[in-house]
Each structure stands twice: as structure tokens, then as C-alpha cells.
Design a protein around this ligand. Structure first.
Ligand code: ACM
Ligand code: ZN
Length: 625
């Protein structure tokens, strides 16, 4: 009896220990971006050691296992043995019988102290399970050098996960500034780690043609090079007589094949963009015969030129379409993805209006205005692409004058174009600039590198791609777009992309009801640490104060201070001294003391400064009305 009582007590004790252990685990949420659909934490850990093996079963998974090794080897200092089949260790398995719950891209990740198992219907699901597992490892795993004394532990858990949208992307503009093949690969690497599956490669624009077209060699011989400039975009001086055009570059066919394969190995599709008929100055410099005036001009360096230098291809000249056929023949040969982006945005139509060939085209085709001429142009390109088995995507301007029958619309001037296209039964990709444009300011402009407008981390995080009343099946998803007028190098591309790209990754992957801003901010801070280990740049702009002029009826300007994230204190001065923890703390709207010339503001958390010191002239603030 005594013994039985002892055993009963022991059992109770063990059970209660397990319970507290479990509830402690529950408090300690994982930091996975994008947030998985469901996480069940369990007690215990799996530890990766140099004798841990990876087993794989299913087509393509050996390569996924090898990818995992490339991700852990630098920091762990060893790689794991890879074996076909199943066994004790890490198991990657494709299901023989499809699990409908997981769909095309989902996975189940089960971690116990003895084993890790990732199962999926397809290889991409296993790849995403690997990304989750990597984010469950200590942050040091991102390091490019050996990290001794780290226990490579992964929390026991049962995770079920799949994406909300099938189109989860980032766009990189390589025309305004050139990014090397290795940098493009790094960008693809980085987006794929957050389960994004689309890289939209903006290859051509007024400032450079970046894709080799062997049948039209001048596109890169002339079109890929401009004079080197720094300084603010649109205030630059054009290339001077005799000055070399030696800034730029392009991707050869071999480069492109290599990058396409690199992306494929990460389950990323590449959408090439050839921006026509506008944004085509680089092509027109190379081949002036495809413009309306056929005037020889120069590649733009960031000087004002719009409506002055012709950057629109002639819509009346059949030669334009002959050249486009040559271009898209090589594009389709190089890029296996079913979609090709043809731009179509911001077409200046002034030269068309004055061009005899364009006017004749309008007359012969019965087109009533230049919007319809634009529509004619896009439809003709659609026919070219269809002959090459490719689907056309264009920016939302392609709606003007009539949408091409099978076009997919990328909505950037807000959501309206996407809504109109979806109502007409077209596929849509939502990239409204106020939520997804990564070239915009992400915080107080006076402490950010020059750009324009505003898209904060909160704006990206709170983006909802499916408008009310629209068939969700037609919204393929969305992407963040990084235009690079003001992005002169790759470190700054990273700065502009992260953390807003993480927010968008969660928007496009996670069910809307699973998103949580407070938890996302905590995860973002954890991922800052990971990025630090990986030498990846990012912006800490979410820590900076938000300063807004405030006008009450009839009263002079007052100032409202705010923060983007919770838990920060704001300190300020009007007396030209630097504020700190002992300065006035912001409580409510501020009146400006007489003769004050500067407002200075800084944020603190737990008595430590976290935001940048912001210094604003009162008269400049008045202009912000
Ligand atoms: C665009 O931003 N012009 C598509
Ligand atoms: Zn013309």
C-alpha cells in the first residue's frame, strides 16, 4: 500500500513537472517569419551533432539535403552525412499518398528529441520545412564563420504549415543601379529563406538595358552603360561631351542560366521584366530606329528627361514589333517560368501624338486615342508572347484603352487597377505602392537616405491583398518592389528590403487571422540578431520617433510625437541641446515655445536609447503640413 502510494505520488510529481515544463514552453514562442499556420510546442530538444544524418526519400530531396548542409556548414563547422531512406536523424520525405491539407507547398515538421521529420507533397514544401527548422536553430546559424560552443538545439514541436498565396515575391530593379550576378543570387537566397517564391527581375529601363540579346547586340553594347553619378536622383547632370559611359553592366546568357538554376534550386521562379513601350530609353539609345523621332539621345543618369528625351517605342512602326519578337524569343529561351512582365507603366504618349506612323496606325486600326494605341501595342506583344508559350503580366496602366485578353495585372497605383482587372476575370498581383514599395521612406525622412513618400513597416505588415467583394482566387498574391534610383549598392538594397520584406513575407504566407503585430515586432528583433550574424543589412527605422505637425482649429502649429512600436519613451528638447533620459518625456501634443528653432527627439527603451537622434528645424516642420 505504502509502495503504491509512493508510486502514485511519483507519477503525480512527474506529470506535474511535465505540465509546468510544457506551459513554460508555451510561453516561449518561436520566432518564425512568416508565422506558420499551426505550432504545437512539445517538451525537449533535438540536437544536431556532427554524427547526425539526413535521410531523404523522394525525387529532388537529395539536393534539398545538400542545400541544408550548405546552410549549416559555415557556422557548425561540419556537414551531415546524407543517406537515402529513413532512419534516426533528420528525415525529409515526400508523401506517397497526397495529403490534401498540405496542398502544393505545405509541409509538416515534427521535432522530437530523437528525430526530425519533414513531410510534404512536393519538394518545395520540404524546402520550406527546412527554412522553418533553420529559424528554430540558434541565431548563430546565420554566421558565415565557425561558431564554437553553440549547442545546435531545435525545440520539439509539431508544425503544420502552408502558404496563403501562391505568388510571394520581391522585385529588384537592376537598371537604375546595376547589381552583380553574385548580388542577385544573394537577394534570391535572402528572399527564399522567408519562403518567398518569386523573384521579379526588372531588367530594362531608361537607365540601362541589362539582358544580353544576341540578335540585337547594341542593346547591351550601348544600352548597358551610362556616366557614373552619385547624389540625388533627378538633380544630376547628364553625361558631358567626351565623358565615358562606364557605369553599368549586364547579364550574359550564361549568367542568366546560372541565376535561373540558382533560383530553381531554392524553389524560386524568376519573372523577367522587359519594360515597354515606355521606360525604354536605353533600348532607343541603342536602336533609335524604333522610336518615333529616331533622334539619337543618351542613356539617362538620373537627370530630368521625361517628355523631353523620347523613351517610348514607336507603336506605328512594324520594326518595333520585329525587334520585340527577337527580344522575347531570347527571353523565353532563357526564362522557363510561364509569366513574362512587359512593364506598360507610365508611357509618355506625346511623341506618338506627333508621329506620322503612329497616327497612321491609329487611323488604320480604328483607334480613337493614344490609350487605345497603347492597348493595341500591348495586345500585339501578348500575341508575340503567346506564340512562345508565355503569359503576359503588365503594370496596371495596361488597363487603359482596353486590357489584353489574357493579361495578368500588377496593381501598383493602389488597389483600384487590381480590383478592376479581377472584376473583369483577370489574374491580379497586388503591389500597391503605399504598402509594398520598398524604395520609399520607412521612417522619419530626416534620418533616412534620400527618397520620397512613405511606407512604414506597419504599412507593409497591415497590407491585405484581397479587397472586399473580390474573388480571392484571382488574387495570385503580391510582392515588395525595390526600385533603385536611390539605391546605389547592395548593402543599401538590403537596408531597404529588410525588415519590410519580412512583413510582406508574412502577409503573403500567413493566414490573416494568425498575424499579430506585437509578436511580429518581437520576431523582427530576433531576426535583426540573425541578420547581424549573417552580415546582412537592415533598417532599424521602426525605433525612430514619428513627428507630425498638428493643427487645432485656429491655434498655431503644435507637434504630435508617436512611435511605430510599443514600449518606447520619447524625450525631446526645444532649446537646441541633445535630449536624453533626463529631458522632458513626451506625454501629449506639444506647443512650440516662443522663438524655438529646433525640435530634437530621441526614443528610449528600458532607459537605453534605441532610436536615432532626430533634429528638425521648426520652419521645416511647418512645411510638412
Ligand atoms: C511603377 O512603379 N512605375 C510601376
Ligand atoms: Zn511613332
Amino acid at each position: 500500500m505504502k509502495n503504491q502510494l509512493f508510486i502514485l505520488c511519483l507519477a503525480c510529481f512527474v506529470a506535474s513537472c511535465q505540465k509546468t515544463q510544457e506551459s513554460n514552453f508555451k510561453d516561449e514562442a518561436l520566432s518564425i517569419i512568416p508565422e506558420p499556420v499551426n505550432i504545437d510546442l512539445k517538451p525537449g530538444y533535438f540536437t544536431i551533432r556532427n554524427n547526425t544524418a539526413i535521410y531523404w526519400e523522394g525525387e529532388g530531396l537529395e539536393a534539398v539535403a545538400q542545400y541544408f548542409n550548405t546552410r549549416i556548414e559555415p557556422a557548425m563547422g561540419f556537414s551531415l552525412s546524407i543517406k537515402k531512406g529513413t532512419g534516426r536523424g533528420i528525415n525529409l520525405t515526400l508523401l506517397d499518398i497526397e495529403d490534401e491539407l498540405l496542398g502544393d507547398e505545405g509541409y509538416r515538421l515534427t521535432v522530437t528529441p530523437r528525430n526530425i521529420e519533414i513531410v510534404a507533397n512536393q519538394g518545395n514544401g520540404v524546402f520550406y520545412g527546412i527554412q522553418t527548422m533553420l529559424q528554430m536553430l540558434p541565431a548563430e546559424i546565420k554566421s558565415n564563420s565557425l561558431k564554437k560552443d553553440v549547442e545546435w538545439k531545435i525545440r520539439s514541436a509539431e508544425i503544420l504549415d502552408k502558404p496563403r498565396f501562391k505568388w510571394r515575391g520581391l522585385m529588384l530593379d537592376v537598371s537604375r543601379h546595376f547589381f552583380t550576378k553574385e548580388e542577385v543570387k544573394q537577394y534570391i537566397d535572402q528572399l527564399s529563406e522567408y519562403k518567398m517564391n518569386i523573384f521579379h527581375w526588372h531588367l530594362t529601363d531608361d537607365q540601362g538595358w541589362r539582358i544580353e540579346i544576341q540578335n540585337l547586340p547594341l542593346l547591351t553594347e550601348k544600352g548597358a552603360w551610362r556616366a557614373k553619378r552619385v547624389g540625388q536622383w533627378w538633380t544630376r547632370t547628364p553625361r558631358q561631351d567626351g565623358e565615358p559611359a562606364d557605369y553599368g553592366g549586364y547579364y550574359s546568357h550564361d549568367d542568366i542560366r546560372e541565376i535561373v538554376q540558382y533560383a530553381k534550386d531554392r524553389f524560386v521562379e524568376i519573372v523577367p521584366e522587359i519594360d515597354i513601350p515606355g521606360h525604354a530609353l536605353a533600348a532607343i539609345v541603342a536602336y533609335p530606329e524604333i522610336s518615333c523621332t529616331q533622334t539619337v539621345t543618351d542613356i539617362n543618369v538620373g537627370n530630368p528627361f521625361y517628355r523631353i528625351d523620347e523613351n517610348t517605342m514607336c507603336a506605328g512602326n512594324d520594326l518595333t514589333f520585329d525587334y520585340l519578337d527577337k527580344i522575347f524569343t531570347e527571353v523565353a529561351m532563357l526564362f522557363p517560368f510561364e509569366y513574362v512582365h512587359i512593364g506598360g507603366d507610365e508611357v509618355y504618349k506625346g511623341f506618338w501624338q506627333r508621329c506620322p506612323k503612329c497616327r497612321a496606325r491609329m487611323k488604320n486600326e480604328g483607334l480613337s486615342d493614344t490609350y487605345e494605341l497603347q492597348s493595341f501595342f500591348i495586345k500585339r506583344v501578348e500575341t508575340i508572347l503567346q506564340a512562345k508559350n508565355r503569359k503576359l503580366i503588365g503594370w496596371d496602366e495596361i488597363l487603359e484603352g482596353g486590357l489584353a485578353p489574357s493579361a495578368t495585372v500588377m496593381s501598383w497605383r493602389g488597389m483600384a487597377g487590381g480590383i478592376e482587372a479581377a472584376k473583369a476575370g483577370h489574374e491580379v498581383i497586388m503591389t500597391p505602392n503605399n504598402h509594398t514599395y520598398l524604395d520609399l521612406y520607412q521612417g522619419e525622412p530626416s534620418v533616412e537616405p534620400d527618397t520620397y513618400s512613405m511606407c512604414r513597416l506597419t504599412d507593409s505588415y497591415h497590407f491585405e491583398p484581397v479587397p472586399d467583394g473580390i474573388d480571392a482566387d484571382l488574387i495570385l498574391g503580391g510582392q515588395g518592389n525595390l526600385w533603385t534610383e536611390s539605391v546605389p549598392h547592395f548593402r543599401h538594397a538590403e537596408y531597404m528590403t529588410w525588415p519590410r520584406g519580412w512583413a510582406l513575407a508574412e502577409v503573403f504566407w500567413t493566414p490573416a487571422e494568425r498575424k499579430n503585430w506585437t509578436h511580429f515586432v518581437k520576431k523582427t528583433e530576433d531576426h535583426f540578431i540573425r541578420a547581424d550574424f549573417g552580415g546582412i543589412n537592415y533598417a532599424r527605422s521602426m525605433y525612430n520617433a514619428i513627428i507630425t505637425p498638428f493643427y487645432d482649429e485656429n491655434s498655431p502649429m503644435q507637434i504630435k510625437l508617436d512611435t511605430e512600436i510599443d514600449g518606447l519613451d520619447i524625450f525631446y528638447t526645444f532649446d537646441n541641446t541633445h535630449p536624453d533620459l533626463y529631458s522632458p518625456r513626451y506625454e501629449h501634443v506639444l506647443s512650440i515655445p516662443k522663438d524655438a528653432t529646433w525640435l530634437k527627439v530621441i526614443t528610449y527603451r528600458d532607459e537605453e536609447p534605441v532610436g536615432k537622434m532626430i533634429r528638425l528645424r521648426i520652419d521645416e516642420l511647418k512645411k510638412r503640413r
